[in-house]
Design a protein around this ligand. Sequence first.
Ligand SMILES: [Zn+2]
Length: 84
Amino acid sequence: MLAITCDKCRRRFTPTTEDLQGYLALSHGKKHSLVTCPHCGKGNKVATQRLVQALRFSPAAEAQVTEEAQPETSDSREDASRDS
Ligand SMILES: [Zn+2]
């Protein structure tokens, strides 16, 4: 979880994983991303690297990676053994 202290109102907030992914998508490879404070609505410059690290350690992001890595099916192997 990434805790950010707002530069404008000095209040702390923690963007959700979905928020972080959104900010990361908007960063376009720049060094800093603009993270909006939910208290005052002002944008805070946060190093994109910090967003990447926060996402890396979030359980939601891990679950997504596991979902994409699907196990191979053994259908073709079964067909081969049936022929012989
Ligand atoms: Zn603020």
